[in-house]
Ligand binder design. Structure first.
Ligand code: ADP
Length: 540
């Protein structure tokens, strides 16, 4: 080429060669491929070794060559006149011809055509400038593509990181994981988290690429500032230092912890970006840990206070019963005294004592329903028979009418607990009405119902929900001065629900109320005789 420059044949050859190189560049996605294609093309065109250098951190590093690359040294920026190189594009240095590739005003690469005794003729220089212009474009595209790919990879790595660290509930394992992630995301050699303790930074977690690289476990601060203390502890290694807010000691400070990442060569902007995002994730994860700890503590305190309260209630209620029985027993003896005033007082004492006994009974059941181990001891029994048995002692003035199927309604329930339910619902019907009370026991294939209907004061519609809450009472019951605690239905509903059933109510104020205790058979029903061919009960 050098021999026949300028001839039409040579010009055509060069044009063809340029076209070939450009064609190959069309498919080059990565910067390395672009450099390799062009180095090979120029080496072939000029029949001289051509080495491609990448320009980064003020240094040209050999990347690829038209011949085996061998051990070529890097070229420092100071060894060349960069301004001149950028301006002229093609420059001679000793026996070499240099071709600079510039895009967006930045030097990107350098091709060195090695060893030629004579300077290049003007046509060759023009040709190389044309090549450089095309390569600059191809390289810019490749760099943009590379950057896109890096962003995508960073995004994937950070999504993965988020998934890893947002699940932690304790600080120490979280800090360890953060260090490992920082190491991986930036290809660093050491990553550690320090907490401010007194006048030192104390290491609480670290990760290192190699065993011997463990970062210092304590960095004394004394009078000096953090960056100088870290420089003293880490030597000249490049560092990324990020502030964190850790829970625990000094957590009210704006930051009381540091994430320090170090490696032997300089960090790039992409690394800083990664650590910045990791810091945002870390802040979220640390907050999670903090909230988790706070809620665990609060739960523990709550559980302790609940257990204490339940114990206390059970103890009170239990210990009340003995003395109350004694009081009412002795008071009943006074009924025989031949003095109406004494008799009246004795009756009041007995009534109030009974009320107190019922309240303590309620308290005992309430405590039991609140404790974790509220369980039932069920046995199958005829529900209608059971209800009739409960009505007797409650219905002192014969107001209750019970209607039930002729066949026994066999269902398994906890006697003591269901007695509490029935006593409460029938007791209320009698207490909040003065007319007759109708109890109707029904069943279908799935459930049994005990409906208790009265014609009493009813419940204001605004209070219907409220009466099932603890201490919830209807406004009309209060305003009429009818004694009550508002605990009975709360317990009743709980007991029915533990049986797998539900408590329903329909009521109209001043007309009356119907409470329905609904209990499912759910595998507890004693199988009725099913005539062959008829569908049996569907298991629920
Ligand atoms: P208590 O009757 O001791 O107040 P309950 O929990 O058994 O407690 O009942 C809660 C409230 O529901 C009562 O205070 C009353 O306002 C209302 N209530 C319950 N049953 C009836 C009823 N049959 N008729 C009218 N109101 C009722």
């Amino acid at each position: 080429m050098i021999d026949d420059t300028g001839t039409p044949v040579e010009r055509r050859r060069r044009a063809e060669s340029l076209e070939r190189t450009m064609f190959a560049l069309r498919d080059a996605r990565e910067a390395h491929d672009v450099l390799a294609i062009v180095a090979r093309g120029l080496g072939r065109d000029f029949r001289r070794p051509c080495v491609a250098y990448e320009y980064r951190d003020h240094t040209f590093r050999p990347v690829v060559s038209s011949e085996p690359l061998g051990d070529r040294p890097a070229i420092g920026a100071g060894e060349l006149d960069l301004e001149m190189l950028r301006l002229r594009v093609v420059m001679r240095r000793d026996d070499d011809d240099l071709v600079a590739i510039t895009s967006d005003g930045q030097l990107r690469a350098l091709f060195v055509l090695e060893r030629a005794a004579a300077p290049l003729p003007e046509d060759d220089v023009k040709y190389l400038r044309a090549v450089a212009a095309h390569v600059a474009l191809a390289l810019a595209n490749a760099l943009a593509f590379d950057q896109l790919r890096r962003y995508a990879a960073e995004g994937a790595a950070l999504t993965e990181a988020a998934r890893t660290i947002l699940g932690f509930t304790e600080l120490e394992p979280l800090a360890g994981s953060l260090c490992r992630l920082a190491l991986r995301l930036t290809l660093a050699e050491r990553a550690c988290i320090y907490a401010h303790r007194g006048d030192s930074l104390v290491r609480i977690a670290f990760a290192a690429a190699r065993h011997e690289l463990g970062p210092p476990d304590r960095v004394p601060l004394g009078e000096i500032d953090i960056s100088r203390a870290l420089a003293a502890a880490f030597g000249s290694a490049p560092l990324i230092v990020t502030r964190l807010r850790l829970p625990g000691e000094n957590s009210s400070l704006d930051h009381n912890g540091l994430l320090v990442v170090s490696r032997s060569h300089a960090f790039e902007r992409a690394d800083l970006r990664m650590i910045e995002t990791l810091k945002t994730l870390a802040a979220l994860a640390i907050r999670n840990v903090d909230l988790y700890e706070q809620s665990t503590n609060a739960n523990r305190a709550l559980a302790e206070s609940n257990a204490f309260k339940d114990d206390l209630m059970a103890m009170f209620a239990h210990d009340f019963k003995g003395p109350l029985t004694v009081i009412s027993g002795f008071s009943e003896l006074l009924f025989d005294v031949d003095d109406p005033e004494v008799q009246h007082s004795a009756r009041t004492i007995v009534e109030q004592t009974r009320r107190l006994a019922r309240l303590s009974e309620d308290a005992l059941t309430l405590a039991a329903t609140q404790s974790a181990g509220f369980s039932l001891s069920r046995a199958p029994e005829d529900l209608a028979e059971f209800v009739r048995g409960a009505v007797g002692p409650l219905d002192r003035d014969g107001r209750v009418v019970v209607e039930a199927p002729e066949e026994p309604v066999l269902i398994a329930f906890d006697r003591a607990r269901l007695r509490h339910v029935i006593d409460n619902v029938i007791g209320n019907a009698l207490k909040y009405s003065s007319d007759r009370v109708d109890i109707c026991i029904k069943e279908d294939d799935y459930e049994a119902r005990i409906e208790v209907a009265d014609r009493g004061i009813g419940i204001p519609s605004a209070d219907i929900e409220k009466i099932f809450a603890r201490y919830g009472r209807g406004a009309n019951a209060r305003s009429r001065g009818i004694a009550g605690s508002g605990v009975g239905l709360y317990i009743t509903k709980k007991i029915v629900e533990v049986h797998g059933g539900r408590l329903e109510v329909s009521s109209i104020e001043n007309e009356g109320s119907t409470f329905s205790i609904v209990l499912p058979f759910v595998g507890l029903r004693l199988a009725p005789a099913i005539p062959p061919g008829e569908p049996g009960p569907v298991p629920v």
